[in-house]
Design a binder for this molecule. Structure first.
Ligand code: NZQ
Ligand code: ZN
Length: 393
């Protein structure tokens, strides 16, 4: 097990009545004038937004609303949010929504105290020294942004999607009411389950060894989400299983399942190019790529894939051929994605064949014009990236 430095400072308030505490929590963390940041219509339709505004008002906290965050959140709205915060003297940002809203809120939080263009922070031309405090009322378990140090923003100028990580943007608190996820469409529920599982798998597929506890936590989390997603797809108001998925979403990306491992994240890097180019849901993009990535790299550590097959996917262990067991595990994952309505190829994801030129463009961006490799399970250079995209076609 590698040495690690585990930092997960976000206060989590979880349960059916958790959102009632939002106003008090904002006050506790020093907010006096809040930007209430949200997405399209879901938080308005459910009444959550007006409820949160009332809870703030009851604590004497003023709020300004800024909606319109779209999946794969855009830099232009971040710029608008920064201006608004400066004009209004905002001192706290409350995201009501999912990963896209939280990531947009984090970007605004970086941008308010910085005189230059906030995009400099994402391109790592500038390292932020401070940020406004951010917190979340989560409505979709998926990206894990409520407890992660990351924020992923898309610059429409060139369709460039970049993730930036820094502890400065970690949410002060996250309010999680599983009942608020009942309204999720089946597709978004499935996308969320894929992303949660992938955050764990990106850490699990590692060349490190002797990680017994971390591996057991990861496998338990993966089995739980795999089972619970079927239950909530059958019955969207199944509180018990919505609860399991929601908590798993935070634990999958607050690094608990990464303690002592190096982590891979190649599938994530490859997917960010897909969602930047085709504006698809991140979880669906991951499902479209993972099996191809797995079949491309499994020989680097067959026993790891065989362990995954048996302990997560419930495949019978073929003691005569670990390779057979490993491949059966990947096939079982592919069937799982199909069973929950997820694509397992790029053509299923975007509804047409991806062209050679599009693949070359994604490889070019992902490899930073052939100057970097991605992943640690196997370091993928631009030739490998092209091979994975082509296998996933
Ligand atoms: O805009 P509204 O109307 O709210 O609809 C949203 C959106 O269309 C809808 N939704 C959310 N809660 C709902 C609901 N619909 C009905 N009922 C509810 N309770 O769901 C749709 C997707 O929302 P979004 O926030 O985009 O989903 P997600 O949480 O999956 O976030 C995806 C973004 O996060 C990034 C992804 O790349 C993508 O941009 N990621 C962020 C990470 C991080 N910050 O740590 C890590 C991840 O790997 C990921 O890259
Ligand atoms: Zn993800």
């Amino acid at each position: 097990m590698k040495d690690f430095n585990y930092y997960a400072p976000t206060q989590v308030v979880f349960g059916a009545s958790s959102e009632e505490q939002t106003g008090k929590l904002v006050k506790q963390y020093g907010g006096s004038k809040v930007l209430l940041h949200y997405g399209g219509k879901s938080a308005e339709r459910s009444g959550l937004l007006s409820k949160i505004a009332s809870l703030l008002e009851a604590e004497g906290i003023a709020c300004i609303k800024l909606g319109g965050v779209v999946p794969n959140p855009r830099l232009s709205l971040v710029h608008k949010g920064i201006e608004l915060c400066r004009q209004e003297g905002i001192d706290f940002i409350l995201a009501v929504g999912g990963g896209s809203v939280i990531d947009s809120a984090k970007a605004i939080a970086y941008g308010v105290p910085y005189e230059g263009d906030v995009w400099d922070i994402y391109t790592e031309a500038y390292e932020p020294q401070c940020a406004l405090p951010v917190a979340a009322v989560l409505t979709i378990p998926a990206a894990g942004s409520e407890m992660s140090d990351s924020s992923v923003i898309t610059n429409e100028d060139g369709d460039i999607k970049i993730g930036y990580s820094n502890n400065l943007c970690r949410c002060k608190f996250a309010v999680m009411n599983p009942e608020r996820t009942y309204t999720l469409p089946a597709y978004q529920t499935a996308c969320g389950a894929v992303d949660i599982m992938m955050h764990t798998m990106e850490r699990y597929f590692s060349q490190d060894d002797d990680m017994t506890l971390t591996d057991e936590l990861a496998e338990g989390l993966l089995r739980t989400v795999k089972n619970s997603v079927f239950e909530v797809l059958k019955n969207p108001t199944d509180y018990r299983h919505r609860t399991q998925i929601m908590w798993a979403g935070s634990l999958a990306h607050n690094d608990l399942t990464g303690c002592g491992t190096t982590g891979d994240f190649a599938t994530h890097m490859l997917e960010h190019e897909l969602s930047a180019m085709f504006d698809v849901a991140h979880g669906a993009g991951l499902a479209a790529l993972w099996c191809s990535w797995a079949r491309y790299v499994y020989k680097e550590n067959i026993s790891r894939f065989a362990r995954f097959a048996v302990n997560v996917m419930g495949v019978a262990n073929d003691f005569t051929s670990p390779e057979h067991t490993a491949l059966e595990g990947i096939a079982a994952m592919e069937r799982f994605y199909q069973a929950i309505g997820m694509p397992v190829s790029i053509s299923e994801l975007i509804g047409r064949e991806v062209t050679e030129q599009e693949i070359d463009e994604m490889v070019d961006k992902c490899s930073h014009r052939d100057t970097i490799t991605i992943g640690n399970f196997k370091h993928l250079d631009s030739t490998d990236m092209k091979a994975v995209y082509t296998m996933a076609k």
